[in-house]
Write a protein that binds this ligand. Structure first.
Ligand code: HEC
Ligand code: HEC
Ligand code: HEC
Ligand code: HEC
Ligand code: HEC
Length: 229
């Protein structure tokens, strides 16, 4: 019984790590061959390298259409140009499209000045401004200048906040490695949960609140480390 489960899991891993798992998805199968077009914002090769591809998320998740038919007309039904207001990839519709899955990030983003600007005048950033359409960039604090100053001054406070978030992550990685030595393991789990929450809160761009929350957590982590030494 155990043996069968093990063989089963190996087969599953193999299926998902090979392109055969995508054989039934017509977007992937057909676009694999479409490498020439200059109109393509990104193509199969870009997608293939992306985190979304590795998590089993195909073209249709963001573009719509019908991935269960190989007839190009039927498959492209609902796949609209990024210039079309009704397209899921029209710049003002981007947050909703990405937010289908990134629910918390969307919820926080909707509280921000950025979102209001995007809705009202179209002048705020959307998810692509900072992540790219294949979400291949997670900005580090050292990269903020370039992106944020497209529209305003040097984001000094934001860069500090992001650097705090990074310090939390680094401290937690160290704690995680030594987890066996600590008695109160639940506390470490709680720290991770609070870190994830802060990451998502970033998208409200309430930098003051974010900074306070981050400092608080970092302080508690340091105290925990000291107490348990
Ligand atoms: C049978 C082949 C085939 C299938 C199936 C297919 N495509 Fe395409 N697709 C193409 C070709 C060819 C083009 C035109 C490329 C060009 O502009 O030169 C295209 C264009 C596109 C474009 C650009 C449209 C535009 O207006 O600029 C998008 C986006 C797209 N496909 C997404 C998808 C998605 C999502 C699916 C699955 C639901 C899909 N395709 C299924 C062949 C296919
Ligand atoms: C995570 C979401 C996501 C996935 C997955 C994705 N795309 Fe896109 N795609 C976008 C976004 C967003 C844009 C618009 C980019 C912009 O406006 O800068 C875009 C633009 C395009 C364009 C240019 C069309 C236009 O109207 O501007 C083509 C063609 C395209 N994608 C094809 C594909 C194909 C083929 C796949 C799968 C192999 C795929 N995309 C997977 C989000 C995605
Ligand atoms: C169908 C669901 C789905 C859609 C639509 C989607 N994503 Fe994702 N995205 C995921 C999953 C699953 C991951 C893998 C990490 C995870 O589990 O959170 C991911 C990862 C990411 C990451 C990297 C996170 C990290 O920790 O490395 C970013 C950034 C991201 N997505 C942004 C976007 C953007 C921007 C869009 C819209 C253009 C988008 N996503 C659309 C499901 C989705
Ligand atoms: C103005 C820039 C900016 C915009 C707009 C933006 N993000 Fe982010 N995003 C970031 C930065 C910076 C990080 C890294 C935060 C960190 O280190 O934890 C991040 C992290 C992420 C992550 C990974 C961490 C996590 O929360 O799990 C995801 C997923 C993500 N963003 C999705 C989105 C989505 C979806 C949208 C649109 C609704 C969006 N982002 C809009 C800058 C932005
Ligand atoms: C596409 C343009 C654009 C980009 C890119 C952009 N912003 Fe903004 N942002 C604005 C505008 C416009 C305002 C409102 C006017 C102002 O305060 O300058 C704003 C306001 C803000 C505010 C004030 C929010 C409040 O509640 O008052 C913060 C903080 C902020 N941005 C942070 C960032 C950070 C950090 C980045 C980079 C990761 C960034 N912005 C990238 C356009 C942008």
């Amino acid at each position: 019984m155990k043996k069968i489960t093990v063989i089963g899991s190996i087969c599953l891993v193999f299926l998902f790590s090979s392109d055969r798992a995508w054989g039934k998805n017509s977007c992937i199968s057909c676009h694999q061959e479409q490498t020439q077009s200059k109109r393509l914002e990104h193509n199969y090769a870009d997608w293939k390298k992306s985190i979304h591809a590795s998590k089993g998320i195909g073209c249709d998740a963001c573009h719509g259409g019908h991935s269960d038919t190989f007839n190009p007309v039927n498959a492209h039904e609902g796949v609209l140009s990024s210039r079309d207001k009704n397209s899921p990839i029209y710049f003002q519709n981007i947050p909703k499209t990405c937010g289908q899955c990134h629910v918390e990030e969307l919820k926080e983003f909707q509280k921000s000045v950025h979102y209001k600007l995007l809705e009202d005048s179209g002048k705020g950033p959307n998810c692509l401004t900072c992540h790219g359409s294949m979400a291949t960039t997670i900005l580090a604090h050292s990269q903020l200048d370039q992106t944020c100053s497209l529209c305003h001054g040097k984001p000094i406070q934001a860069a500090k906040a992001l650097s705090l978030i990074q310090s939390i992550k680094n401290s937690l990685d160290v704690l995680q490695k030594k987890k066996g030595q600590y008695e109160n393991k639940e506390k470490i789990t709680e720290f991770w949960a609070r870190y994830r929450e802060i990451q998502k809160k970033w998208h409200s761009f309430d930098i003051a609140a974010l900074t306070n929350k981050s400092k608080e957590l970092l302080k508690e982590i340091k105290e925990f480390e000291k107490k348990c030494k």
